[in-house]
Design a protein around this ligand. Structure first.
Ligand SMILES: Cc1cc2nc3c(=O)[nH]c(=O)nc-3n(C[C@H](O)[C@H](O)[C@H](O)COP(=O)(O)O)c2cc1C
Length: 209
């Protein structure tokens, strides 16, 4: 029996959208597998990029299998582009999401660092055209640090969009703020970001189709 067709009924915005899922080294990296699978099932064309830290939590093979595409883990390995790879990848996106986004990644993005595969690709994304959504995930004390809160304010001022974090059970067996938003909430944020970008362009389409 053939597998059921992908469910595209609930999301026109995600269907055909070219989505970058960037994964950094937090314990919630395992939830990114569910996010990638849902995006693919809803018709998204998903490219995954991981920091070295992220690969210590979940193997890149998982994301290669789920997305059906190569996974980028190093700025120095060019997989399929003749142009500078980060520029080619960044300019062929409708939306990007960092999930989970670590405390360290927030700091790197807020200060304009580009020394890993995730921040390098994002440095080449024009956020006036292509929304970049961040899904922070960390221990409640890390989230409450003045540096983290300062970085989040800077990132919002710089045009990044935030989803979460939520409150609840944390991997450190505590309860508090800093828990990554659930994959379904992140999907909703991506739909909204795509729809806003479509409305700004006035081209009547949410994705890359
Ligand atoms: C077991 C373990 C769990 C971690 N979980 C988190 C986390 O949930 N959030 C976070 O911000 N950092 C977490 N860290 C720390 C990051 O992995 C560390 O800051 C790393 O440098 C992040 O690198 P990246 O942002 O390049 O992936 C964790 C570290 C370890 C060893």
């Amino acid at each position: 029996m053939s597998p059921p067709a992908p469910d595209q009924s609930t999301s026109d915005a995600l269907s055909g959208a070219r989505v970058l899922v960037a994964i950094t080294g937090g314990i919630a990296a395992y939830k990114a597998a569910s996010l990638v699978s849902s995006l693919v099932q809803r018709g998204g064309e998903v490219t995954v990029v991981m920091t070295e830290g992220a690969t210590r939590f979940v193997g890149e093979l998982t994301f290669q299998a789920l997305s059906g595409r190569p996974v980028y883990t190093s700025p120095w390995t060019h997989i399929e582009s003749h142009d500078p790879q980060h520029v080619a990848l960044a300019s062929a996106l409708d939306v990007a999401v960092v999930a989970p986004c670590t405390m360290d990644c927030l700091a790197r993005l807020a200060s304009g660092r580009t020394d890993d595969a995730v921040t390098l690709i994002l440095s080449a994304v024009d956020r006036a055209v292509t929304p970049v959504v961040l899904a922070p995930s960390m221990n409640r004390v890390m989230w409450a640090q003045a540096s983290t809160q300062r970085n989040v304010r800077t990132l919002v001022d710089d045009g990044f969009e935030m989803i979460g974090p939520g409150e609840g059970w944390q991997a450190c067996r505590e309860v508090g703020a800093g828990r990554m938003s659930e994959p379904d909430e992140i999907l909703g944020a991506l739909e909204r970001a795509l729809t806003r970008a479509r409305d700004r362009r006035g081209d009547g389409r949410g994705g890359g189709a």
